[in-house]
Design a protein around this ligand. Sequence first.
Ligand SMILES: Nc1ncnc2c1ncn2[C@@H]1O[C@H](COP(=O)(O)OP(=O)(O)OP(=O)(O)O)[C@@H](O)[C@H]1O
Ligand SMILES: [Mg+2]
Length: 211
Amino acid sequence: MLFNIIYFRTQGILRLYRYGSYFLVKSSLGAFFVHWTSFLIIFKIWLKIVFGFVKINLVILMEYKVTTYDEEETIQLAENIESEKFSNMVICLDGDLGSGKTVFAKGFASALGINEVITSPTFTVVKEYFGGEMPLFHMDVYRLDEANVDINFDEYFLRGGVCIVEWSSMIQDKLPSERLEIEFRITSEDTRVLVVRPYGKKYEDLCEAVL
Ligand SMILES: Nc1ncnc2c1ncn2[C@@H]1O[C@H](COP(=O)(O)OP(=O)(O)OP(=O)(O)O)[C@@H](O)[C@H]1O
Ligand SMILES: [Mg+2]
């Protein structure tokens, strides 16, 4: 939407930002702009110079930043993401209290065709909705420690529906490796910056399609 950043990370040594068809390459050797067509060649040469024949494990992380200026725009984003839904989709939401995680979940649920009122499942941890095009499992793990429940998260992630997890970073070790992460940052009373990170091909394609 507004802009997106892609960066490659090799243990924090190389960063690559995308601005339209240009890349800004920031490395320990300096920063420079290159057109995407010439980027791959320069990148290969750069790797050869810096690492020689050392095999490196390249981590590719994509990150999109979307600014919403009111609740409606956050709902709109949720609806756009819903339009690309697939079975066993996992959406992880993080951010401060009142940053818009439940607003997003409500937008997603209504786009799925769920007519029930969506309330934050803070004390129940998981709420299940079967009235839409696909089952929706809405989780809020903020008070997981206090709630006297034993939840098999893996089972939910594979039940053929969509899982939306508020405060997902609190169960980081239980999250599937492929997922969509959205971090909500409050920048003013009505403005939120949503940092969207896809993990896995399906989620990368989804971001390409809707952001
Ligand atoms: N751009 C925006 N996007 C989403 N919500 C917004 C925005 N601007 C203002 N708001 C308001 O912020 C509040 C977000 O509340 P919400 O319950 O969604 O937060 P939450 O992140 O789920 O909090 P909690 O961690 O307590 O569950 C709502 O009152 C909403 O109207
Ligand atoms: Mg909430």
